[in-house]
Write a protein that binds this ligand. Structure first.
Ligand code: TRP
Length: 449
C-alpha cells in the first residue's frame, strides 16, 4: 500500500504545505487583534513560549504517528495499539477527528467565501458593476451559499489533484504569493499617517495583562487552532512524508513559519487599524476596547480602503486575495482528512472521495447558512473549544503511553541514528506523556465551566 500512496515530492514542498495548513484566517485575522487587546508584545511573547513548549510537542506527535503508519489517524492509532480496547478507542478517536475536521471546514468555507466575495467586489465596483459588488459584500443567504459553494469547489479541485499535484503544487504557489502580498501591504501601510500609533500598541509590551490565567489559556487555544492540531490534519500530512526526513527539525520549521506569519500579520493589521482611526473610522467599542475581529475585517478595513481612493481598490483586492489564499491552503488540509480516510478504507478513487466528502460538507455548510444565528457560533465552539483539545489529548495519550517507546525511537532513528542523544528525545517523550495531557485537560475542564 505504501507505494501507491501519494507522497510529497520535496522537503520544501512538505514544509510549505504544512505551513499552508497552519497559516490561515486564524493567523491573519485572529492573532493580531488578540495581541493588540491583550498586552501587545507581551502577548506575542507568551504565545511564542506556549507554541513552542506545548503546541510543538503535539504537532510532533501527529507528524510522527502519521509518518510511522503511512496512513490516516484510524490506521495510525490502531496499529500502535496491541490490545482490542486501545484499538477500538483509537479507531473511535480517528473517526471523531474526521468528523470534527469536516465540521471545521463547514464553517471555515463560509468565512472563506466572504473573503472571495470581497476580493472580487472591489475590482467589480471600480469597473462600474456596483450592484454586483454590493451583492457580493452584503450578508444574504443566496450570497453566502454561492460564495461558500465556489470556495468548496476550489478546495475539492485541488484535493482531486492528489498530494503532489494538488496539495503540494498549490501550496508552493500560494504560500510565497501570500508572504509577498503580506509584506507589500504592510510596507505600504507604514507610509500612511497613524501607522506608528498602531505599531506602538502592537510592540510595546504591557506585562500586567499577560499573567492572567484566562489569557494564557486563550493563547494556548489559539496556538492549537493555528497549528491545525487534534483532528489529524498534520498526521495525514506527516503520513505523506518520506522516511528519509528527520521530523523534529521539519516540525520546528513549520511551527516557526506559522508563528512568524502571525507576527508579521500584526505589522499589517494594527497599523491599518490606527490609520483608519486617523481617518475618522471608529475602532474602539463603547467600553474602550478595540473592535472585535469581524467588525475589523468587514467594516473598519473596508472603510480604510475606501478612504484611500483609487489605490484603495488595489490594496483591498490584495488584502482579501491574501485572506483567500491563506484560507485555501488551510481548507485543503481539512478536506484531506476525510478524503484520505475514504480512499484508504474503501479504496475509493480520490476524485470520488473528494466529490462525495466535499458535497456532504457543503450541504452541512448550507444548513449552517440557513440557520446562521443558531448554528454558526455553535459549530465553532463545539469543534474548536471542545473537539480540538479533547482530540489533542487523545493523540498525546496514544503517542506518549500507548505507543511502544522502542518503536517510537526506531521511527526517529530511521533518518538519525543518533536520535537517542538528541535534546528532542530527552525532552519530548516526557512532554507528550505528562505535560501536554495535563495542560490540555486543564483547558478542557475550564472550557466546560
Ligand atoms: N490553522 C488554520 C488557521 O489558522 C486552520 C486549520 C487548518 C485548522 N486545518 C485545521 C484548524 C485543522 C483546526 C484543525 O486558520
Amino acid at each position: 500500500m505504501a507505494t501507491s500512496r501519494g507522497q510529497f515530492g520535496s522537503r520544501i514542498g512538505f514544509i510549505l504545505a504544512a505551513a499552508g495548513s497552519a497559516v490561515g484566517l486564524g493567523n491573519i485575522w485572529g492573532f493580531p487583534t488578540q495581541a493588540a487587546s491583550n498586552g501587545g508584545a507581551a502577548f506575542v511573547l507568551v504565545y511564542l513560549v506556549l507554541a513552542f513548549l506545548l503546541a510543538y510537542p503535539v504537532l510532533m506527535a501527529e507528524l510522527l504517528l502519521g509518518r510511522h503508519a503511512h496512513g490516516n489517524t484510524v490506521i495510525a492509532l490502531t496499529r500502535i495499539s496491541d490490545r482490542p480496547l486501545t484499538k477500538a478507542i483509537g479507531a473511535a478517536t480517528g473517526l471523531t477527528g474526521i468528523i470534527v475536521a469536516s465540521l471545521i471546514l463547514s464553517f471555515y468555507a463560509i468565512v472563506a467565501g466572504w473573503m472571495l466575495g470581497f476580493t472580487v467586489a472591489y475590482p467589480l465596483s471600480s469597473l462600474g458593476f456596483g450592484s454586483s459588488s454590493t451583492w457580493l459584500t452584503a450578508f444574504t443567504v443566496p450570497r453566502n451559499l454561492t460564495l461558500m459553494t465556489c470556495f468548496m469547489v476550489m478546495t475539492m479541485g485541488i484535493i482531486m489533484g492528489g498530494v503532489h499535484n494538488g496539495i503540494e503544487r498549490w501550496s508552493t504557489r500560494l504560500m510565497p504569493a501570500l508572504v509577498v502580498t503580506l509584506v507589500a501591504l504592510a510596507l505600504y501601510v507604514f507610509t500612511l499617517d497613524g501607522a506608528v500609533e498602531g505599531l506602538k500598541v502592537y510592540l510595546l509590551p504591557d506585562f500586567s495583562k499577560v499573567f492572567s490565567g484566562d489569557l494564557i489559556l486563550a493563547a494556548l487555544g489559539s496556538a492549537f487552532f493555528s497549528l491545525s492540531l487534534g483532528v489529524g490534519t498534520m498526521l495525514i500530512y506527516g503520513s505523506y512524508l518520506s522516511d528519509d526526513e528527520y521530523l523534529p527539525s521539519i516540525g520546528a520549521q513549520v511551527a516557526l513559519i506559522d508563528i512568524g506569519l502571525a507576527v508579521l500579520a500584526g505589522f499589517l493589521i494594527l497599523p491599518s487599524m490606527y490609520v483608519a482611526a486617523e481617518r475618522g473610522v471608529e475602532i474602539f467599542d463603547a467600553s474602550g476596547a478595540l473592535l472585535s475581529e469581524d467588525t475589523l475585517i468587514f467594516s473598519v478595513l473596508p472603510a480604510l480602503f475606501t478612504s484611500l481612493g483609487s489605490i484603495g481598490v488595489i490594496v483591498a483586492t490584495a488584502f482579501f486575495g491574501l485572506m483567500s489564499m491563506a484560507a485555501l491552503t488551510s481548507s485543503i488540509s481539512m478536506l484531506e482528512v476525510p478524503v484520505a480516510f475514504l480512499v484508504e478504507r474503501f479504496q475509493w478513487s480520490r476524485q470520488r472521495a473528494a466529490t462525495i466528502a466535499g458535497t456532504i460538507i457543503g450541504l452541512i455548510s448550507a444548513v449552517v447558512i440557513f440557520n446562521f444565528e443558531s448554528l454558526f457560533g455553535l459549530v465553532i465552539a463545539l469543534t474548536t473549544r471542545y473537539g480540538q483539545p479533547l482530540l489533542g489529548l487523545m493523540l498525546c495519550v496514544y503517542a506518549g503511553w500507548v505507543w511502544n517507546r522502542n518503536s517510537l525511537l526506531q521511527e526517529l532513528k530511521k533518518n538519525n541514528p543518533a536520535a537517542e542523544k538528541t535534546w528532542f528525545w530527552r525532552l519530548w517523550p516526557f512532554y507528550v506523556r505528562i505535560v501536554c495531557p495535563a495542560i490540555i485537560a486543564i483547558i478542557f475542564a475550564r472550557s466546560l465551566l
